[in-house]
Structure formats: C-alpha cells, structure tokens
Design a protein around this ligand. Structure first.
Ligand SMILES: [Zn+2]
Length: 262
C-alpha cells in the first residue's frame, strides 16, 4: 500500500491510496463516517424556555452543534464502568442561561470540561426578545455516526484514479482539447501534432467522457481499480489524522474480536 498526500488543511485532506481495492476503500470510508466516535449533546434538560422555539426544536439544534472531542478521556456510555448510567468518564454537562433581547449563540454554552466545547461558537441557537429567557443543561456523550448523523466526524468520499488512453493511429483534433470541462488543468495537451495525457493533472479528470465522444472513441477513459483518490472533510470535532487513526483502530479491534471468536 502506498499513500500520496495531495492536500492537507485543518479540516480537509486529499490523498491517493495505491495498491488497494474497492472493498478496502469503501471499508475505510464507512469506518470513518460510522464508527469513529465524537461528542454530541444527547439529552437537554430545560429549566426555562419561553422563546419562540419549542423545547424539541432547541434540543435538536443543540444536538447538531459539533463539539471538540477528547477520545482519550471519555468512554462510550455502553463501554463505561457506570454501564451507561452516566458519570464523569462518559458524559459532560454544558449549561446555558440567557435572558432578554439577544441572539443566543453556541458560545453561551458553558462546559464543565474545557476540552469539550462548541467547535463553531458563532452558531446561532435562538433569538430572544423582551423578557424571554432560556435556561438549560445539555448532556454531551460520545456516540457513533451509525446511530445518529450528529456523531459523525465528517464526510469521506473516494473515486478511482482515471486512466486515459489515446489510440496512436488517431489524427488528433484540437477541438477535443476544448471539450474538457476541466480545461484549466490541461489534462490533455498538444505535443507536436499529437494529443498526450498530462499525468500530473490526471487526478482532476472527472471521467465525464467528453473527450471520448469528441474523438469517436479514439480516446478511452477508464478507472484504475488499484488507485483511489480520497477526500476527507472533518466537521471539526477531530483532526483528519485522528479520524483516520481511530477508524483503523476500530478495524483492528473488530479483527481481533473475530480472531478470538474463531
Ligand atoms: Zn460512565
């Protein structure tokens, strides 16, 4: 297996994984979005709410706030010593108290643990007017994306690396360079009187087949079933690296479990 990193930003990464197959690529994608735990508010206890929004709507909005996640200090509720009853090792309270004319933002949530707080403090929760008030406690727990999308750590997608082949007998037509919708990358370029593939830019080909139609099939576009271009985007709870490493840990544990059973 080989890894080539194309782009690495705080919350987005793109890389090519070589010498894997479609099954492995999809396993990795599903492990990341379904099995990597993150923190999210799961229960909201209201003391006061006379805002324009019902308790249920506010609770739903609270659940969808991405929270920074510390995987080392917290257990999944059903793997915790308290057996899911709730303790400092598996849940954390975030309190909110607001009154009077204002927009209540996620930053108003005061967490018991500074490591667990809203990733985007400027997310609006509700607008209060006059004497309206909102007092609540959100209880955040670790959970998995397979149980609810609010626990998913991000988006993952992948596609095959394109392979473009050009029939050597074909009399190159310049208009076939023009039909490519990714013109700016110059995936196909003119060399002498031939059209050739620019391998450095090949990954930007979306396999739309425009060049294939233009050349009456003299240019063929297929996918490489051993090379996959991955795009991983984090919602902010975990870094891209933590998401990937945790996903592989989960795969490791699942394989160990199966081995023990056998
Ligand atoms: Zn516990």
């Amino acid at each position: 297996m080989e890894l080539e990193i194309i782009k690495q930003e705080n919350d987005k990464a793109q890389f090519i994984l070589k010498n894997i197959d479609n099954t492995y690529a999809n396993t990795l994608r599903r492990l990341i979005i379904d099995e990597v735990p993150t923190m999210a508010i799961d229960v909201v206890e209201f003391e006061a709410n006379n805002s324009a929004l019902y308790d249920e709507i506010i609770a739903l909005r609270m659940g969808l706030l991405p929270l920074t996640t510390d995987l080392k200090s917290y257990n999944l509720p059903d793997e915790c010593k308290c057996k899911g009853e709730g303790c400092a090792r598996c849940q954390v309270d975030l309190k909110l108290s607001a009154k009077g004319d204002q927009t209540v933002y996620a930053s108003a949530l005061k967490s018991k643990d500074p490591a667990i707080k809203p990733v985007y403090p400027k997310t609006p929760i509700v607008k209060l007017i006059g004497e309206q008030d909102l007092v609540l406690t959100g209880i955040a727990k670790l959970g998995k994306g397979k149980d609810h999308a609010k626990w998913s750590p991000g988006h993952v997608s992948y596609r095959q690396m394109p392979i473009i082949e050009i029939d050597k007998k074909w009399e190159a037509q310049d208009e076939c360079l023009e039909v490519c919708p990714k013109k700016e990358f110059k995936i196909l370029e003119k060399k002498g009187n031939k059209i050739v593939v620019n391998n450095d830019k090949l990954m930007y080909c979306t396999m739309c087949d425009a060049c294939k139609s233009c050349s009456n099939g003299a240019i063929s576009v297929t996918g490489d079933d051993k090379k996959y271009i991955f795009t991983v985007e984090s919602f902010g709870q975990l870094s891209i690296k933590d998401m990937m490493v945790k996903a592989l840990d989960v795969l490791d544990t699942q394989c160990d479990e199966l081995q023990a059973l056998l």
